[in-house]
Design a protein around this ligand. Structure first.
Ligand SMILES: Cc1cc2nc3c(=O)[nH]c(=O)nc-3n(C[C@H](O)[C@H](O)[C@H](O)COP(=O)(O)O)c2cc1C
Length: 176
């Protein structure tokens, strides 16, 4: 699949088949996240994979996610950015909280590689930002230094959503 096709045809998938995603496939997908570029090549991302019912039940009991379909997805990829990864001077000038902003940018780039590779392999994904971020770290024993801006649901799609609208090219270009 061409990158162009993966980008164009990818949709957020909120309904999955029960089929589990094999360990090999998950590793294959994460490999694309591993290869992403990052500021100063710090690679501040960490991914926790959740496949087991016990952990999903614990997350559900604690109402971590607001949408029921998240608990039903075969795999959850918890996307973490290490806020203690070194910052760069350039970013200090741009953002109020430079350390956090930089590592979140890096994590997002790596995560989008994961999304597109999953698409190429016939899998469906959805970013999930609607969650209790403080509580999820406690439940999963994730150290305080990690920021979790979103997670990714992963599985074999059981729906074919229509394309959602995007702004026209002329709306996203700043003219000088
Ligand atoms: C950072 C981020 C967080 C998101 N959080 C959620 C979420 O919590 N729940 C959800 O159902 N979709 C979530 N989405 C998916 C968006 O709603 C979706 O990408 C957008 O509506 C465009 O639809 P499409 O992905 O099918 O093209 C999120 C997307 C991004 C990029």
């Amino acid at each position: 699949m061409e990158v162009k096709t993966a980008i164009k045809n990818n949709r957020s998938i909120r309904k999955y088949k029960d089929t589990i995603v094999s360990k090999d496939l998950i590793k294959n997908i994460l490999e694309s996240g591993r290869l992403a570029p990052s500021a100063n090549n710090k690679q501040p991302w960490k991914y926790m994979i959740i496949n087991d019912l016990e952990t999903k039940t614990k997350l559900k009991e604690n109402k971590i996610f607001k949408q029921e379909f998240v608990y039903k997805a075969p795999t959850l990829i918890i996307c973490c950015a290490n806020s203690k990864a070194d910052s760069t001077k350039g970013f200090n000038k741009i953002f109020d909280n430079p350390y956090d902003m930089r590592v979140i940018c890096d994590l997002a780039i790596s995560s989008q590689n994961i999304i597109l590779r999953a698409k190429e392999l016939g899998l469906g994904t959805c970013y999930i930002g609607w969650m209790n971020r403080t509580k999820i770290k406690k439940i999963l024993n994730i150290p305080k230094k990690y920021i979790i801006p979103f997670i990714i649901t992963l599985g074999y799609p059981d729906e074919e959503p229509n394309a959602r609208p995007r702004k026209e090219l002329n709306e996203i270009i700043i003219k000088n």
